[in-house]
Each structure stands twice: as structure tokens, then as C-alpha cells.
Design a protein. Sequence first.
Length: 270
Amino acid sequence: MAIQAVNHTQKIMTTAEITACHSHVLHRVTLFTPALCHVRKGSKMLQWGERVLTVGKESLILFPAGIELKIANTPEAGKYHSDMVNLTQDILRDFRQNHVGSLTPGSSDSLSVPFDTHTRLMWDSLLQAMRSQSPHPLQVHIVQGLLLALHLAGNAGVLLRNRHDPLAEQIEQIFLTDPAREWSVDDVAQQIYMSGSSLRRRLALEDKSFRSILEGVRMGCALHSLQTTELSVGQIANESGYASASRFTARFRQRFGLVPSALRHAMRHP
């Protein structure tokens, strides 16, 4: 498994390669930052609501932050391989401010868009710049070009829409700074300058709860670590805020539909 500087708590773009040798299915997967993904070998099935999509190497996958998905990764000839780039909300915000008002808005609401010539060129340039550790401003310049190529082709709509739960997003970002911490409502409310009761009331209006957001962040970080590091299940459980590996395993299975060891087995080379 090849890994490159992946950390959900970073405020910069990150990239990773995800590989697997066995088919596996993950339920209720949520990304906390917008992301782009290209499957180089094998295929990825995405299901959200009643919609189902199977994506191969001819398409680019667009993941807006906050969407919950069922994902199945299927190898081809014993190998699944994909590239993932995690963006930041600031990058999308800057692009909207600089370009969207003066250009025809992207109309597609699909999570999978075809690679046209310009999109493919900018995607390859972005991966090369990130893997060669080009200066961050240069990486941002290239990703803005990629977003522009998507937008001009009418394919960036799903990424450029604003999320409808800004308070939940703020709380997610606070939890991501230290998923293992024993967070309280008052801890978080203090950081965003409101009372605990106001925080609970506003989350209720968004049909969210403090504990469910914390659980989602912890599970998302754990899934990320299982896929992109060699840490033991016990270490991941501890870093994700669970006192015991057995409780962590039970919660992981409840959320994603398989135990951590089964996911690791699917990703292990035979």
C-alpha cells in the first residue's frame, strides 16, 4: 500500500494511493473534506439514496464533503488501485468567488464525470505536482485549473454547491483536530462562541446530534487509517477515541458493515 502525507486534520491538499486485492463493501462512508478519486484498476460502486453508480478508469469521481455513501471496491485481475486527492473547503470557496459568477455554472449532479482531454491533463499534472512535492501555491494553482476544466465541461456542479449544515461542518473540523479527546458540548460551544444549549438547538434544526457527529468523525478517521497506514487495529482504536479494540470493532462493523480485520484482509497482498 503506497501512502503519501494523508491526514484529515491538515488544512492543505493531500493525496493517497489505495490498493486492495479482494473485493470489499463499506457502508455509511462519509468524507469530511471534498475529494477527487480516479480508479486506475478495477472498479468502484457508489450508492447514495436510491442511486447506484459503478465507476472505472475512464471517469473521475467527485466527492462533496458530507455525503454518506455505500462503497464497494472490486479488483480486476487481483488488483484494485485508485488515486485520491483531498481538497479543502477554502480551495472550493476561492474558486466559486473567482470563477463561478462569470462562467456558465456546471449542471451535472453526478458523482462520476468523464475524463475529457483538459480534465485528464489537469488531473495528471496535479498528481505529478503533489507527488514531486511541488510548492503548495503551485499545487493550488493546478487544482484551480482542474476545477476550471471540470466547470467549463459542465461537470463541477456537485462539488461547487454549498453544504446545508455549516454548523455540523464546523464541529466536524474541531473534532478532527483530536478525535480521541473526550469532547463535551461545552468544549465545542466555547470554541465557536455560543452556549451549549444554543449549539444543541441549532444542531437539532439541522437534524444532527453532537454524539452522532463525533462518532462519524471517529469512524471516518479510523477507516482512513485502516486504508492508508500499517497501524494495528488496537492503535487505530486508541487514536480514534475508543478505550478497547473490541468496542471499536463492534462500532466499526455496525457502521461500515464489516470488521476492521476483514477490510485489512481485503487490502492485503496474497
